[in-house]
Design a protein around this ligand. Structure first.
Ligand code: PPS
Length: 282
């Protein structure tokens, strides 16, 4: 595991962690506790719930919905906390009471070995790659990446997978393949679907997780997890993590040329994968 500098299109660099041919963000304290090397042996319980996402796809939102749904009560805490499998030492989540709600941006085959044995429930969340890229650019600019570059030089290397967690395309294609073959239970949710009707998506979570909360409670969870409510929480970094919370903000960022390039690379990379995303909502 080593610190590396990765350059954008004009040589502006960001600091990342390199390990086993993959790139990760520099989570606080991660160089000291070395969680990346320990991931394969992290203990997974059969009643764990693991929220799996490409970064900036709605992880905090879904973790919070799942947490309140499972708890069956609305409380004051908020956020996905230190339960990022690859981000923090196992000590930060190993003694949590069941069911634990963990989250990760790892690929399925990078998850702890016990995932395949103990078959925890996985909630997998997708979001359209244009809004992901915008969200990620803002994330990188405000957090400890030491990156002073510009949007126009960031889009191409980002979508080509040069930065942490690699390419969005590889990530979603990998999960589509995994879903065809694994017997680990996976519920797929989508950010745009949740924006359209959070209550409807919450009902899917309820069915998948086997909870029996009333519609009234589910509606309260949706309200508690609205963008405005989460942004106003006392969660550390809430002003950074809850930036805009919209579908279609990419239109304020992508130039016509970037958009044309994006459409072309999307067609190439996704030619064997029938996944479709919505880039605006009515
Ligand atoms: S991270 O850092 O990868 O865990 O980020 P992640 O939580 O996956 O994604 C952050 C984006 O999700 C938006 N968000 C929400 N949108 C709608 N409603 C709610 N409640 C909500 N909570 C988080 C957040 O604002 C980030 O998107 P952008 O486009 O940057 O606003």
């Amino acid at each position: 595991m080593e610190l590396i500098q990765v350059a954008d299109d004009v040589g502006d660099e960001m600091t990342l962690v390199s390990y086993n041919g993959r790139r990760y963000p520099l989570f606080p304290g991660s160089m000291q506790t070395r969680p990346l090397e320990k991931i394969p042996s992290v203990e997974i319980r059969s009643d764990d719930i693991i929220v799996c996402t490409f970064p900036k796809s709605g992880t905090h939102w879904v973790c919070e919905m799942v947490r309140l749904l499972v708890a069956g009560q609305l409380d004051q805490d908020i956020g996905k906390g230190f339960h990022v499998i690859e981000g923090f030492s196992e000590d930060t989540y190993k003694d949590l009471p069941s069911p634990r709600i963990l989250n990760t941006h790892l690929l399925f085959n990078e998850l702890p070995k016990q995932v395949k044995e103990n078959k925890p429930r996985i909630v997998y969340v997708t979001r359209n790659p244009k809004d992901v890229t915008v969200s990620y650019f803002n994330h990188v600019k405000k957090l400890s990446y030491n990156y002073s570059g510009e949007w126009k030089n960031f889009v191409r290397p980002s979508l080509e997978g040069k930065f942490d967690y690699g390419s969005w395309f590889d990530y979603v294609k990998d999960w589509e393949e995994v879903k065809k073959t694994t017997d680990v239970p996976i519920l797929t949710l989508n950010y745009e679907d949740m924006k359209e009707d959070a209550f409807r998506e919450m009902k899917k979570m309820q069915t998948f997780l086997g909870t029996e909360r009333s519609d009234d409670f589910l509606q309260k969870v949706c309200d508690r997890c609205s963008f405005a409510s989460m942004k106003n929480s006392k969660e550390p970094l809430s002003q950074i993590m809850y930036r805009k919370g919209e579908t279609g903000d990419w239109k304020n960022w992508f130039t016509v040329a970037q958009n044309e390039w994006f459409d072309q690379i999307y067609r190439e990379k996704m030619k064997d994968c029938p996944l479709e995303f919505r880039y605006t909502l009515k």
